[in-house]
Design a protein around this ligand. Structure first.
Ligand SMILES: Nc1ncnc2c1ncn2[C@@H]1O[C@H](COP(=O)(O)OP(=O)(O)O)[C@@H](O)[C@H]1O
Ligand SMILES: CCCC(=O)OP(=O)(O)O
Length: 353
């Protein structure tokens, strides 16, 4: 029996779990309010805060640091193929110096530290930088700017596989649109096992989300950049951490926002409806990317627990394809599955170079 520790830092939460082979025997985690994380200037500064949060969780439950492997959510390194990777010094360095700032960058770093203390291997799998875009989706309107993907690759692929299995088919044989509704929102076109198009959920591309601005009017953004009022860091923070629902309503707590909207309270109702409208439009774009050949539209991520959000999105998109709701995320199970497969020699362990 293998004991695996799973670490998953998200933009709004940190989740941890202990698995014995493929069974979760302990799960923990918590929400990080925007009021707490706003104090940090960058993700590296959150290292101690998140590590303490993780170690305290283990300590409170009396769980010793004895594992056969530790696996962390993959971070925003250079674009990579999907799969499971050993965390090495080079990866830790690249994550500490990553241009793209997201809490997932800490997953592999903290896994590496804890694994070192346990004397076991550290892994990460299917990071947000998995890149399978079809050639046309890479080209932008400026010849020197290429599109870069950052999305919820781990969960999007995990729920797609689960859905395919539930209908007796393989992920590699179906076409689905996967909408991950988390702190960031990604809407991907999965064509026979490859994500051929998807918005960059982190950097000002696609729908707006609890914490991201999504696509903005470009001329106004350029004016803002040259206004002399804001540093580059401040503008990036407006786009990635303090945009979207946080910018409009001052919170990333979508449980409250959904409840208020459902009761018809303003400005919650209008702002949330606008976010859902922008998500539905992105689903339409991915419908086109798949030439209308879509087996299902899968809604997943934390916000998919909200009946108000799912009812609204279903009304706006179900005429394109059947809607499937898989709330929350399968990231913890998927990470554990990858670590177990790596330990048992059933999955190739890739080296980060
Ligand atoms: N029952 C719920 N109703 C509405 N929103 C929810 C619910 N549960 C969680 N959320 C929201 O889901 C988001 C977190 O989603 P999650 O997929 O766990 O992502 P992340 O990795 O971005 O932290 C938060 O904005 C949280 O408020
Ligand atoms: C880096 C993965 C994409 C993303 O936006 O994740 P969160 O929803 O956890 O912020």
């Amino acid at each position: 029996m293998k004991r695996i520790f799973v670490i998953n830092p998200g933009s709004t939460s940190t989740k941890t779990a202990v698995f014995e082979d493929d069974k979760a025997v302990w799960m923990s985690g918590g929400h990080h309010p925007a009021s707490e994380t706003a104090a940090f200037h960058n993700i590296n500064e959150q290292y101690e805060y998140r590590k303490e949060f993780i170690l305290n969780g283990l300590k409170k439950s009396g769980i010793p640091l004895k594992f056969d492997a530790v696996i962390g959510r993959g971070g925003l390194t250079k674009p990579l193929q999907g799969g499971v990777y050993t965390v090495n010094e080079k990866m830790v360095y690249d994550l500490q110096h990553a241009k793209d700032q997201h809490a997932c960058n800490l997953g592999a770093i903290i896994a590496y530290e804890i694994a070192h203390e346990c004397g076991c291997p550290a892994f990460m799998a299917d990071p947000g930088v998995v890149d399978e875009l079809q050639p046309l989706a890479r080209i932008t309107g400026l010849s020197f700017m290429k599109k870069r993907t950052i999305f919820h690759a781990l969960n999007s692929k995990a729920v797609s596989r689960k859905y395919a299995k539930s209908i007796g088919r393989k992920y590699e044989d179906i076409n689905v649109i996967v909408v991950h509704l988390g702190g960031g929102i990604s809407v991907g076109a999965h064509c026979k096992g490859k994500v051929i198009d998807v918005n960059n959920a982190l950097n000002g591309d696609g729908p707006f989300s609890p914490e991201r601005s999504g696509t903005l009017p470009m001329n106004q953004l350029v004016d803002l950049c040259f206004s002399g009022k804001y540093s580059q860091k401040q503008i990036m923070k407006m786009i990635t951490g303090q945009g979207g629902i946080v910018a409009h309503l001052g919170t990333n707590d979508m449980i409250t926002v959904s409840r208020e909207a459902e009761e018809g309270n303003e400005p919650y109702r209008t702002v949330l409806d606008a976010m859902l409208y922008s998500v539905a439009k992105q689903v339409g774009a991915m419908y086109v990317a798949l030439d209308g050949q879509v087996d299902a539209i899968i809604y997943t991520g934390g916000i998919s627990h909200s009946k108000y959000c799912i009812d609204t999105l279903t009304r706006r998109t179900s005429y394109m394809a059947p809607v499937v709701v898989m709330p929350g995320e399968g990231e913890m199970e998927s990470l554990a599955f990858n670590a177990l497969g790596a330990l048992n020699g059933e999955l190739e362990i890739k080296e980060y170079v």
